[in-house]
Design a binder for this molecule. Structure first.
Ligand code: SF4
Length: 477
């Protein structure tokens, strides 16, 4: 292990923002993008990730590790103790200086702070907690803070941190306990789920004390309002879930982890099927009230023989990751259950089709759906119809019968939807309700999307000096 004692701050920033890029628990997923800027940005790979704040806005965060030193040796991790990499550790004051300097320059709106395990889980959590306390209490930093909870750290440290961070996340790391045993033997499922449960209880208690009501989980139920931007009591239900009002309230009364908790799983390092993964995610949403589960496509950075080689030299399986995000979206906002999307008999998504199309083609007996009559939840299940277009359809048809031209204007993606709908009893073209026929037609459309996912550089670690206009993968229709 190479540890440099007298490292300047920018050098540390270079190492520790680069080391953080494999953490997917905000929207970027860790691929470098070359800098073309002059001056400071030209030499530094300082990470900015995009995340969603409690009011649903996409915000830029300074994404760094507190340290990339680590006493553990997780086989998939570039920072594992057996790797001979340059190591660095910030002090809380240094994190403060960087955050404030970038914040003042308008590069960022907040901080995403994770860490390797230095000395012990308690010592690590203590330093992270000191850092956020310093930012909040001494320097009155009001920006967004996403902080990692360290498995195995004492409850009192997690509790303290939760009063200063906006969001916290404890990484599940791998979908199963067996996977953890094999690849991250220092971690255990119990050590991970314990702080998750603690955060869940703290969040509920805090909401209760403030009289804030939130749905017990993020999944869409039959009676839950699903309209994006809908005013809901004291808060707003947006595309990222129910978001209570925070800042003004928080200023008067502190709130525990007001933006909720999330987690991350590495996909493809172990042999779990997609069915297994979405089932685990669904259970986490139900049982721990997570705001988000992030899926991070496995990258074999260590060329470790215990880990799968990158399939066929094709690089990171981003398409699988993308399908899981789409399925996750369907479970959270479209009322799908994991058991509808996949099963033991069909355990993996067809990477050639998005999960909603895949489901619809396997359930042709439920189609075509009549646009002028189908209820809102049925409309949501039609490929090419998203939350907004379903809402518009329901509203507009109160005053007039709708045809294909009308619904196209409302945002329906007809090239997908046309196989599954009728307007006043008519299809757009003569359609054969046949699985093979529809699959072949849709795969033509999907091929373009696939290409864009595999080649688009939105899956990347942003630099502080790039422009910030990163697209997020579309998955809501
Ligand atoms: S605990 Fe494991 S995953 Fe986290 S930094 Fe250490 S080696 Fe990497």
């Amino acid at each position: 292990m190479i540890i440099q004692q007298d490292m300047d701050l920018m050098k540390k920033l270079t190492i520790l923002s680069d080391a953080a890029k494999y953490d997917a628990a905000c929207t970027s997923s860790g691929v470098d993008k070359k800098n073309n800027g002059a001056g400071l940005g030209n030499a530094k790979a300082c990470g900015i990730c995009h995340s969603f704040s409690a009011d649903g806005r996409c915000i830029s965060l300074l994404k760094i590790l507190f340290t990339n030193e680590c006493i553990y040796n997780c086989r998939y991790c570039v920072n594992r103790s057996s790797n001979d990499v340059l190591r660095a550790t910030f002090t809380p004051e240094e994190v403060y200086r960087l955050t404030i300097e970038f914040y003042r320059r308008n590069y960022i709106e907040g901080l995403f702070l994770s860490s390797g395990i230095i000395v012990s889980p308690d010592e690590t959590m203590k330093r992270l907690t000191e850092t956020v306390m310093l930012l909040r209490t001494k320097y009155h930093f009001g920006g967004y803070i996403h902080l990692k909870g360290i498995p195995g750290a004492s409850q009192s440290l997690i509790e303290t941190a939760g009063w200063y961070a906006d969001r916290m996340s404890v990484n599940l790391e791998l979908p199963t306990a067996d996977g953890l045993k094999t690849l991250a033997p220092h971690k255990s499922r119990k050590n991970i789920l314990t702080p998750m449960r603690q955060l869940q209880r703290g969040i509920h208690a805090s909401q209760l004390a403030l009289g804030i009501q939130e749905p017990s989980h993020g999944l869409l139920s039959e009676n839950a309002p699903v309209q994006t931007g809908l005013s809901h009591g004291t808060g707003v239900l947006s595309a990222s879930g129910y978001q209570p009002p925070q800042r003004s309230l928080q200023r008067q009364q502190p709130r525990f982890v007001p933006a909720g908790q999330s987690t991350q799983m590495i996909i493809g390092a172990t042999k779990e099927t997609d069915y297994h993964i979405v089932t685990v995610a669904e259970a986490l949403y139900h049982n721990y009230d997570l705001k988000r589960v992030f899926y991070s496509a496995f990258v074999n950075v260590n060329h470790d023989e215990a880990l799968p080689a990158q399939p066929d030299g094709k690089g990171v399986p981003l398409l699988r990751e993308h399908r899981l995000y789409q399925a996750d979206w369907l479970m959270r906002f479209y009322g799908f259950h994991s058991g509808e999307l996949l099963s033991e008999e069909k355990p993996n998504f067809n990477v050639l089709l998005d999960p909603k199309c895949d489901w619809a083609i396997r359930h042709l007996e439920q189609f075509p759906v009549e646009i002028n009559r189908a209820d809102y939840y049925t409309l949501l299940r039609v490929p090419g119809i998203g939350v907004r277009s379903a809402q518009r359809i329901v509203k507009a048809r109160r005053s007039a019968r709708l045809d294909f031209k009308d619904i196209k204007k409302m945002g329906v993606v007809l090239k997908r939807a046309l196989y599954f709908i009728t307007c006043s009893g008519r299809t757009l073209y003569p359609i054969r309700m046949n699985e093979d026929f529809i699959t072949n037609r849709i795969i033509g459309v999907e091929a373009l999307n696939r290409y864009q996912i595999e080649h688009h550089d939105s899956y990347r670690q942003l630099s502080l000096f790039d422009d910030f206009h990163m697209d997020t993968p579309s998955s809501d229709k």
